[in-house]
Ligand binder design. Sequence first.
Ligand SMILES: *Cc1c(COP(=O)(O)O)cnc(C)c1O
Length: 367
Amino acid sequence: MTDTVPFIDLRSQQSEIFDEVAPLVAEILRRGDFIGGRAVATFEEEFAAFCSVSHCIGVGNGTDALELALRALDLTGQEVLVPANSFIASAGAIVRAGAAVRFADIDDDSLLLDGASLERSLGPDTAAVMAVHLYGQPAPIEELQLVCGRAGVLLLEDAAQSQGASRHGRQAGSLSLIAGTSFYPGKNLGAAGDGGAVLTSDDELASRVRRIANHGSARKYVHEEVGFNSRLDTIQAVVLRAKLARLEAWNEARRAAARRYDELLAGVDGVRLPVTLPGNIPNWHIYAIRVAERDRILAGLNDAGIGAALHYPTPIHLTGAFAHLGLRLGDFPVAERAATELLSLPMSPHLTPDQQHRVVEALTGLV
Ligand SMILES: *Cc1c(COP(=O)(O)O)cnc(C)c1O
């Protein structure tokens, strides 16, 4: 037990693609087409096809992608609902788009916003709902759509963690009007730096996103509005093309690892396993169990060289960034309790069965 088990093994990913990508990056350095190079449009077409949407617009990062989606939907000045248990960027993008955040609690088993929790949380002024496919498990979108449809509320997706996940055979990112995704290096489809994309099959929304992301300009030096600058770099597009070609195999490897954890942990008292909703094929961006005395167990695992981690220790409404909303402990009890129990185990396509046995052995000695 000398080797450590990293939370995510990015080095193995890079070495798989290195020989293919290095000469292409060298070529870009020689040519100098750093912005808007051919690889960007090609990647956008390939990823749109992968997600079964008509348009993929490459942007600077996932937070920008969500902000652009919200701005394209004209939600500035309106209220947008988001689950309290996400990465802060889900709510941050709403603020950045000039909209008001309304938080919601979640289903205790799936940890996702579901129809019942949405029904309880919608307000009279809610104009849109951002479903988050947390940990790479699609939210029950048809339930959410039903509630949103009845209330005349728009629905969009935060698909930052769900590249290649599907629900009833439909790809995450294609389940609503518009979605934002992230190519942060640790995501299932990660760049060699920051990147993101907006996904939609609506032609008008797609051209609005492109315009806002490019200084409010559809034609050079014609500016119809004040936009900002958020683009996917050519070098990142080259890296992403190489990784996209491997994404399904990598996600399959994660699924096999998730099944192995499920089996190894099935008889372990005090460990609550992740629940997959019927109809979902997750991409297992994160494999999170729930335990009592989580902080002691996390410290014990880290001491044993196991890269366990937290996603996320503080529900968004209790962060300092949202203190001005005056929300308190007790407002979203399911999300709050989950945040004290959740523990993310090492997960990546290159995680070996031997490493998983070591994780489980260390964990079993601690619970
Ligand atoms: C990573 C992530 C984002 C933000 O993406 P960045 O590329 O880091 O800006 C948004 N939402 C969720 C759920 C994420 O995991």
